[in-house]
Design a protein around this ligand. Structure first.
Ligand code: GAL
Ligand code: ZN
Length: 669
């Protein structure tokens, strides 16, 4: 367990470095990430390199026992580069080149970016390959799929399509270009989706998103290979930006040793427009699922976020510590706070760090120091622990992209709907692994595969095999709608999944924001919206029926016994409470242990190893909470006090980390 900060020595007078490093050391910081935007300082003019300042900065940090992760600076091509080699700049769908001056102004397919990127990466990795304080590398910064329409991207997109479809005839057929006379008769006619209309052919749009996603994954592989060649033995990671994103993170991280995530939970609890960007627990579970292993947080919230929009509320007392522990509770092994000092210069002056512009420690800093002290104490206990779960949720960037291209109904949102299931388990204190839908899931007791809109025989076959062997599967509405070319399938929904679900969709109604009522056999009423499939059970039994509108009395949720397992089909989008009621019931039948009903804003998760189990209990709300706990004997790993179990009280932002007494030796002081 390491605690660090993001630091920009090049933004500060050299005379401050020593003081900064000393203060970092006193705060328990053992790691700094740096240089990820410093290309113009590392190569001030073409081919003239200057590493002396970085040598010196690393030396100062190393003298204070601080190790370093260096970021390759490719997210910010310097002015000389874009000026002399304009192919570096991405081109938008109207044919206009992006202006330099902010950041991320680079096309991954630009030959100049590759050429000069390769050289700066070689230079920097060779220079620090043997440096004992440099422990690893971060590629670029928050890579995202570009929507680039430059000449190079156009040429490569054509090549990508030629490889995929071989002939134009196949492409025309796969995309259905006959509609609106869109048929191509020469490869030269095929462009990237220019003009930006959302009504372009959806198959074309999805393939372009795949191409763009491939391009960024390829760019990451290009960097990883260069780093490994020149700095063997050191790790390579990348800091992903939160979801939702076009780029397929599973693909983008295949060249990385582990995943890192930048985690900025919302501080404006009441302003949904801002808090929507962040999905706390789900983001962290997705990050753990990228490589199906523990991860790092490369940027962790440290102060008032701002500059991209009016400033948000400052993290309320307890929040910096609580969210850092939340990251650890969901699998982070290293926490790097963004950033050490708040910038006095440049665009991000108001994205606050641990220290304000005046540089004097204050409340937020003290809270971080508390976390850092606690992290040091718990490091030996955390060593070798990870999260192990009986429930998996299958996540798919393909579905996310397809739904973004064709939103299905008013309010229908892939990630938002996905989150309802995830939160339902969270409220029961049941941990979930969120994994790539293409990966192996046979070992789980319960698999939730929401909205499998695009489908092929491979996934249908895997799901069948899983259930035949005794698994419990949850399928939902908007499944089996299309093939992987984003073309509607010809049979009744859910098409390739009809057998398995034992039910078909007779008719559907995209009800949008019109709230519908459902009734369970117990008489309990539930609510749903967005979409209603009117179901005809074949072999399935009905679990819930609609009780509103013209489809009252028709099946809304079914359960089908299949092989040794069972399949639930949820034909509508349940609201939060309904998701909880149904998931609780399904989890019970699937043999998932759950003993909790957690209050709003409270999370419980467990990191374990062969030797021990650590139960994290977090109150991420602004009110005091009483949290029920399974009646066992616990010792607090933070305070070493015995906790009798049954329930504990946590103040706003309260954190407790419990060691089950019979599971380990007590916390080492
Ligand atoms: C991240 C980014 C950082 C910084 C931070 C605050 O997304 O990686 O460089 O910009 O946001 O805005
Ligand atoms: Zn391009």
């Amino acid at each position: 367990m390491n605690v660090g900060v993001d630091y920009y020595p090049e933004h500060w007078d050299v005379s401050l470095w020593e003081q900064d490093a000393r203060q970092m050391q006193e705060a328990g910081i053992t790691l700094v990430r740096l240089a990820e935007f410093a290309w113009s300082r590392l190569e001030p003019t073409e081919g003239n390199f200057d590493f002396e300042w970085l040598d010196q900065a690393i030396a100062v940090l190393a003298r204070h026992g601080i190790e370093v992760v260096i970021g390759t600076p490719t997210a910010t091509p310097p002015v000389w580069l874009t000026h002399h080699y304009p192919d570096v700049l991405p081109v938008d769908n109207k044919g206009n080149a992006m202006f330099a001056g902010v950041r991320l102004h680079r096309c991954y397919n630009s030959p100049s970016l590759r050429k000069f990127g390769k050289r700066i990466i070689e230079q920097i990795t060779r220079r620090y390959a043997a440096h004992p304080a440099v422990i690893g590398w971060q590629t670029d910064n928050e890579l995202a799929a570009n929507d680039c329409h430059c000449e190079n991207c156009t040429r490569l997109f054509r090549g990508w399509l030629q490889k995929k479809y071989e002939s134009l005839e196949t492409l025309n057929h796969a995309w259905g270009t006959v509609v609106w006379s869109g048929e191509y008769s020469d490869w030269e006619q095929v462009n990237t989706p220019l003009g930006g209309s959302p009504h372009l052919n959806p198959s074309f749009l999805l393939d372009f998103r795949r191409f763009s996603s491939n391009a960024v994954a390829d760019f990451n592989r290009f960097q990883a290979a260069l780093i490994r060649e020149n700095s063997p033995g050191k790790f390579v990671t990348h800091n992903l930006w939160g979801y939702p994103v076009t780029a397929d993170y599973y693909d983008m991280f295949d060249s990385m040793d582990f995943a890192s995530v930048d985690y900025y939970p919302a501080t404006d609890f009441l302003d949904d427009s801002k808090s929507k960007m962040y999905h706390g627990a789900l983001t962290l579970d997705l990050a753990r699922g990228v490589k199906r292993q523990n991860f790092w947080v490369m940027e962790q919230l440290s102060g008032t976020p701002g500059c991209w929009y009016p400033m948000s509320r400052t993290p309320f007392p307890g929040m910096i510590r609580a969210y850092a522990w939340q990251s650890v509770s969901r699998g982070a092994d290293t926490i790097v706070q963004f950033r050490w000092r708040s910038a006095r210069i440049g665009a991000e002056q108001f994205w606050h760090g641990l220290l304000d512009h005046h540089g004097q420690p204050g409340r937020r800093f003290d809270e971080f120091v508390q976390f850092s002290r606690e992290a040091r104490k718990l490091a030996p206990l955390l060593e070798g622990t990870t999260l192990k779960h009986d429930v998996a949720m299958l996540f798919s960037h393909e579905q996310l992209n397809a739904f973004q291209i064709q939103p299905q109904a008013d309010g229908f949102d892939y990630l938002g709907n996905f989150k309802r299931f995830h939160s339902a388990f969270l409220r029961m204190g049941v941990g979930v692994d969120v994994i790539n839908w293409r990966e192996d899931f046979h070992g789980y007791k319960l698999v939730v595969a929401p909205m499998l809109y695009l489908i092929d025989d491979a996934i249908a076959g895997k799901l069948k095999g899983y259930v035949e062997n005794g698994g419990t599967l949850v399928l939902t509405t908007r499944s089996g709608v299309k093939n992987m070319d984003n073309v509607c399938l010809p049979d009744r929904l859910p098409n390739l999944l009809t057998d398995l679900a034992g039910v078909y969709v007779d008719e559907y109604d995209p009800v949008g924001k019109d709230v519908q009522t459902l009734i369970l056999a117990t008489g309990e009423e539930l609510a749903s919206s967005q979409w209603c499939d009117i179901l005809t059970p074949l072999t399935a039994e009905t679990v819930a029926t609609y009780a509103s509108e013209y489809f009252a009395g028709e099946a809304a949720v079914t359960r089908n016994a299949f092989g040794h397992g069972a399949v639930y089909y949820i034909g509508t989008v349940l609201d939060e409470r309904a998701s909880q009621v149904l998931m609780k019931r399904i989890a019970g039948v699937a043999g998932i242990d759950f003993e909790l009903e957690l209050p709003d804003g409270v999370e419980v998760s467990i990191r374990s190893s062969e030797e021990r189990r650590l139960v994290f209990v977090l109150n991420l709300s602004r009110e005091p909470k009483e949290v029920p706990l399974p009646a066992r004997n616990y010792v607090s790993a933070l305070s070493d006090r015995r906790i009798p179990g049954e329930s504990i009280k946590l103040g706003p932002g309260g954190v407790e980390i419990l060691v089950e007494v019979n599971s380990t030796v007590t916390a080492s002081a």
